[in-house]
Design a protein around this ligand. Structure first.
Ligand code: 0A1
Ligand code: ZN
Length: 892
């Protein structure tokens, strides 16, 4: 049997049978767990439409021991079913409108290191069923279009597992013989099995409540080991804020009387939206000012929001099949981005989201694993929880809002829920709701779901001073991606404003397009930003009544996930940086200037020319630093240089050494020229007040800390003293860790001492220790691979824990100097680890191997070395399907 089977969207078929109710009993033991399921089944087709004899019922099941199987109370005989490593096929189900299926299986959670299905984490039982983990618990039709009502009875030792949780409401509990107890949970909402959850363990909760706008009182509980309960204040605050926000912004209320969150230290991903029993990676719940950074606090806000928002976008309305994953994930990421914007700064949030898109999704879209927002095929669904499905998917949702406006978007959402509550649906259903609620013409918009690759849009402009018209000509190009050589033009919304010489937005009244005059003013008032719809390969828009040559502000707010190639000069960009009313584009203008400059310095470096920084650039950074009218976090983002990855992405042959050298050169040069300004920035932005997580305090800290990191690039004794002092006197993790990071840029005694000191302080807190691992792993100090190898043997490291793997192995891959070391030592290290990890946790191993996927982007020496590792991996016997899929596609 070929186990590496590719599954295609075009082969989707409705199931022959549906499940109505599912009653589960778990008897949790120290050796094995016994799972009994009692399912009421009904055929999709009845009477004349049904085939005779009835079709077989195929159930999924992996690593299960089948104990017994009954239909309508009668034990099945060997000839009634077929069993293989992946399926249990019932050959002749009864020809009735309904029957019951009872299956008993035995499973071994203690041995389950994949963290998928039922497993143990720090002594507690935990489940993870998305995407296909339920089949590791019992035989089932493990697909999201099977939606049923569940009850779950959990039995276990009362001392070891005093807390027994599952989805829905607790309806019964009591003691059993032999020191055991039980709890029965009932979930009134139909759900697919990927949303099933069970937790049993020794946990305590922070309790609170929320009253919904229609008056339902919801009990809220966040469960952790007792010692961590004090660290759940921020998570609880966030949960309540998210519940309120979803009511205010989308009119969506919570639909049960209880909402549980459980934090576990061993978890493959960030968190999981199981109905009323969200399970979280501890790092996304636990925070205190002393142990968690601003970035941690912000991530907790985002992810608690995300999982809560899934209750409607994912749970009430779910996916028909896994190809539709972005239906719930793209939409829910969009929702969490909006939530974070409303809780902080909209402009800074947008900048951060676009940075993440460029850093993670653009490279994927340009490489061998490129796939559309809705993939056409997969071998392992686990491999498709990608930045494309999540992040680009969120951009696709954002484009609906850009095209329809806030109210039109809300009308579309309302119709979506009205039509599909309780259903498992497709991306077309979402599209149709947006279209129908607004009578919109979306032309070729659906292609965003099916075509992979990042479009490039070229823009040229022309001002006619006699006719007082201003023309913008657009052309779009979508590069070929694996399996998709030819692409069609798509509908691209481009938000545009025009700046006059006074730096103000010009009023826009009308645009000629396609021989038609479009009025852009509303209620007789001129617009200052208008959304142009690019639908064809080439298109021209002509603005009338434009009194002078404007500077265009294109793609405001980053209105589409594209690469923009405009004819703006450096002078235009400087003008936008100084004046654009669209804050995102102000930042973007600075980034484009910096990218252009970095690319030209990289060329100089490669030709052994001396490097020199333009005075204009230094001046620009100086004026940003001293502009008291700007948001401090905006300044921090604006003076941060584009990352090494972003620049490598723009080169024909990526040269990590050159880009790293150039970036370091610019940083040092800026620090030299602006030492006084940076010092002043540090001085002015210290605070001895207790830690507060809000926008103004975070902004202040981020500006101070980026200034400090520029300063320490000077390698100057006085600055080292200053940074050490910041490190010692810090009263919160944000400042302490920023000072540590600034201090460890260069090898030497200070670095060694301060790293040892930090570990000594925090060795009892595994989340802080992970920061310490990550900081060392990502370091660019030469030959760092040896240090990372040593850290693998550190007593605090454990390959079975995904957070530790991400901190040490994951972060190592981000170092341009060491992962891409020209002697191949970095590649060899990753190759070895992937094979070791694959035996423990295939999902995690596949994520690690993806760093090799862009090997063709580098010079020949690096190509040969990286390819050798990929070949070694695919030719190893017994590798998982997960790793095989990524490695083989990378080689194709
Ligand atoms: N639906 C979750 C993501 C998730 C996917 C797979 C998992 O398996 C380990 C876990 C979580 C989300 O979007 O948050
Ligand atoms: Zn999600």
């Amino acid at each position: 049997m070929d186990t590496r089977k590719e599954i295609f969207l075009k082969d989707y078929k409705q199931p022959d049978y549906y499940f109505d109710t599912v009653d589960l009993t778990f008897s949790l033991g120290e050796e094995q767990t016994v799972v009994s399921s009692n399912i009421t089944v009904y055929p999709r087709l009845e009477g004349a439409a049904a085939s005779s004899p009835p079709p077989p019922l195929v159930l999924d099941g992996v690593n299960l021991k089948l104990v017994s199987i009954k239909i309508d109370g009668k034990e099945l005989q060997k000839e009634d079913y077929h069993l293989d490593a992946r399926h249990l096929t019932l050959l002749s189900p009864p020809d009735t409108a309904r029957f019951t299926l009872q299956i008993v299986t035995e499973i071994y959670p203690q041995k389950n290191t994949s963290l998928d299905g039922l497993y143990k984490s720090s002594g507690n039982f935990v489940t993870q069923c998305e995407a296909e983990g339920f089949r590791k618990i019992t035989y089932y039709q493990d697909r999201p279009d099977i939606m049923a009502k569940y009850t779950c009875r959990v039995e276990g030792d009362k001392t070891l597992y005093p807390v027994l949780l599952s989805n829905g409401n607790l309806v019964e509990q009591g003691d059993l013989e032999g020191g055991k107890h039980y709890a029965v949970w009932e979930d009134p909402h139909k759900k697919p099995c990927y949303l099933f959850a069970l937790v049993a363990g020794n946990l305590q909760s922070r309790d609170d409540s929320f009253v919904t706008r229609s008056g339902r009182k919801v009990a809220l509980r966040i469960w952790t080991p007792a010692k961590d309960v004090p660290k759940t204040v921020h998570a609880m605050y966030t949960l309540k804020a998210a519940m309120k926000w979803d009511e205010d912004v989308f009119g969506l209320e919570y639909d049960l009387d209880l909402f549980n969150i459980v934090a576990v230290p061993d978890f493959n991903m960030g968190a999981m939206e199981n109905k009323s029993l969200n399970i979280f990676n501890s790092v996304l719940v636990l925070a205190s000012p002393e142990t968690a950074s601003d970035a941690n606090y912000a991530a907790i806000l985002r992810v608690i929001g995300h999982e809560y928002f899934h209750n409607w976008t994912g749970n009430r309305v779910t996916c028909r099949d896994w190809f539709q994953l972005s239906l719930k994930e793209g939409l829910t990421v969009f929702r969490d981005q909006e939530f974070s914007s409303d809780m902080g700064s909209r402009a800074v949030q947008r900048i951060q989201d676009v940075l993440t898109l460029r850093e993670l999704q653009f490279p994927q879209d340009a490489g061998p694993i490129a796939h559309p927002v809705r993939p056409h095929s997969y071998i392992k669904m686990d491999n498709f929880y990608t930045p494309t499905v999540y992040r680009k998917g969120a951009e696709v949702v954002r484009m609906y809002k850009t095209l329809l406006g806030s109210q039109g978007f809300r009308r579309g959402m309302d119709l979506y829920f009205k039509r599909h509550d309780g259903q498992a649906v497709t991306c077309e259903d979402f599209y149709a709701a947006m279209r129908d609620a607004n009578n919109a013409d979306f032309a070729n918009f659906l292609l965003w779901y099916s075509q992979a690759g990042t479009p490039t849009v070229k823009v040229t402009s022309f001002y006619n001073s006699e006719a007082k018209t201003y023309s913008l000509k657009f052309s779009q190009e979508l590069p070929p991606t694996p399996g998709q050589a030819l692409k069609e033009p798509m509908l691209i919304p481009v938000a545009v404003g025009l700046l006059g010489s006074n730096g103000k937005d010009m009023p826009l009244t009308s645009v000629y397009h396609d021989g038609m005059l479009q009025v852009v003013s509303t209620d007789g008032k001129p617009a200052y930003t208008t959304v142009l719809q690019i639908k064809k390969k080439e298109e021209e828009f002509l603005f009338s009544d434009i009194s002078e040559r404007p500077v265009p502000s294109l793609l405001r707010g980053y209105s589409a996930p594209i690469r923009l190639d405009s004819d703006l000069t450096d002078a235009d960009l400087c003008f936008l940086l100084a004046h654009d009313s669209d804050e995102f584009n102000r930042w973007e203008a600075g980034q484009v200037l910096a990218r252009n400059m970095m690319l030209s310095l990289v060329a100089d470096f490669q030709q052994n020319k001396p490097l020199a920084l333009k005075a204009d650039f230094v001046h620009g950074v100086r004026s940003l630093l001293s502009d008291g009218s700007l948001d401090k976090e905006f300044i921090a983002k604006a003076i941060d240089l584009p990352g090494v990855g972003e620049i490598m992405d723009m080169m024909d042959i990526a040269d990590p050494d050159a880009v790293h050298a150039v970036r370091s050169f610019i940083r040092k040069h800026l620090a030299t020229e602006l030492k006084a300004e940076f010092l002043k920035t540090v001085e002015n932005n210290r605070s001895s007040e207790p830690y507060v997580f809000d926008h103004s305090n975070m902004s202040r800290r981020s500006l101070k800390n980026i200034a400090l990191s520029y300063l320490t690039s000077l390698e100057d004794a006085q600055i080292t003293e200053l940074a050490l002092n910041e490190y010692k006197t810090a009263t919160n993790m944000t400042d302490q860790f920023a000072a540590l990071t600034a201090l460890v840029q260069y090898p030497g005694k200070t670095r060694d001492d301060v790293l040892a000191d930090f570990y000594g302080k925090w060795k009892h807190d595994f989340l802080v220790v992970n920061k310490w691992f990550g900081l060392q792993a990502v370091s660019d100090i030469p030959g760092n691979v040896e240090n990372v190898r040593k850290l693998l043997k550190h007593p605090a490291f454990d390959l079975r824990n995904p957070n530790k793997v991400r901190s040490l192995i994951g972060r190592f891959r981000e170092s341009p100097v060491n992962f891409h070391a020209k002697d191949g030592s970095g590649y060899k290290f990753l190759g070895e680890i992937v094979l070791q990890l694959d035996k423990i946790n295939p999902k995690g191993a596949a994520r690690m191997v993806s760093a090799f996927s862009r090997w063709r982007r580098y010079d020949e020496t690096r190509q040969t070395l990286a390819k050798a590792q990929l070949e070694m991996i695919v030719s190893t016997n017994g590798i998982s399907e997960n790793v095989f899929e990524i490695a083989s596609k990378s080689l194709a």
